[in-house]
Ligand binder design. Structure first.
Ligand code: NAP
Length: 270
């Protein structure tokens, strides 16, 4: 039986088994997707073991392994030098392991109808998720990018790493007008303070995208809805990145019609 899993420390919170399990059942695949607790000291032996198991198709990688795993697997797509973190490892037929990152494409998935060429954008955060977002935005040819972050120097380094023109500012800076505002920070997530921004400078056609999915309805999204702005929640990216990984693991794209998306979202928010 084909097998894939998600590894991390902790791992009980991961929603990936629900998403992949839903698609496996919908397709009637002879496959399973599990949750595996792998600690930092156990990562190398977990990866070594994976090369010898022909049923193991790959794994998703979550915190804290997204950087460390890059030293243990091949990188044919140059992910280390672009996004700088891996979230998916795949086993080839000959047992070789390669890594990739489906977060940037998962982030872009709900934005594909939006023309952001030369448009100003704002990203809050400068961690791993922000790297995937900025990679995607740079590829889209956005205009000036403003990064708001607690650590401003880290944000400035990201602007230059992704070849983006713009500014790095502290979290209490006044929001500039923008076509897209993305929260890629932990602010608004359960256990963290809310993201406190005045959205007044955003034009009426701006989109507000929050990567946080626990809770799904963040104070930022609620504030944007009150202003009548279009919003995108964190489940869109989570499901988008999972869909790409699923196809890489099992060789078949997951079925993603509207009725199934509604049922999947209901499962994920139950
Ligand atoms: P990370 O690498 O740890 O980065 C965390 C970011 O949040 C940094 O910019 C950090 O600022 C900021 N931050 C954390 N606590 C803060 C505080 N108390 N005050 C101000 N800033 C704070 O985490 P990540 O992997 O990028 O994840 C960030 C968020 O994105 C999380 O909520 C995660 O669940 C979400 N996410 C969602 C998806 C999805 O598919 N929807 C995928 C990946 C991540 P400093 O740089 O100053 O430390």
């Amino acid at each position: 039986m084909m097998r894939a899993e998600v590894i991390g420390d902790p791992i009980t919170q991961s929603k990936s088994p629900v998403i992949h399990g839903f698609w496996i059942a919908e397709l009637g695949l002879d496959a399973e997707y599990r949750r595996m607790h792998v600690t930092p000291t156990g990562l190398a032996s977990y990866i070594a073991q994976a090369t010898s198991d022909p049923d193991w198709r790959g794994c998703n990688v979550t915190l804290p392994h997204k950087l460390a795993v890059m030293d243990l697997v091949g990188d044919p797509g140059g992910v280390r030098d672009s996004i700088g973190a891996m979230n998916t490892v795949l086993r080839g037929g000959d047992g070789t392991l390669t890594g990739t990152n489906t977060d940037a494409a998962g982030f872009y998935d709900p934005l594909h109808g939006l023309d952001l060429t030369d448009k100003p954008v704002v990203v809050v955060g400068a961690g791993g998720a922000a790297r995937a977002v900025l990679f995607a935005l740079a590829r889209l040819g956005v205009g000036p990018a403003t990064i708001l972050n607690r650590n401003v120097l880290k944000a400035a380094a990201l602007l230059s790493a992704f070849g983006l023109k713009g500014r790095a500012l502290p979290l209490d800076a006044v929001l500039p007008p923008a076509a897209l505002l993305v929260n890629a920070s932990a602010l608004g997530m359960v256990g963290h303070p809310p993201l406190d921004l005045d959205l007044a400078p955003l034009p009426a056609d701006a989109v507000v995208y929050d990567l946080v999915y626990a809770p799904l309805e963040t104070p930022l999204l609620m504030q944007a809805q009150v202003r009548g702005l279009d919003t995108v929640d964190g489940l869109e990216m989570l499901v988008g990145q999972a869909a790409l990984a699923f196809e890489l693991f099992f060789g078949v794209a997951p079925p993603r019609d509207e009725a199934r998306e509604i049922r999947l979202r209901a499962l994920l928010t139950a």
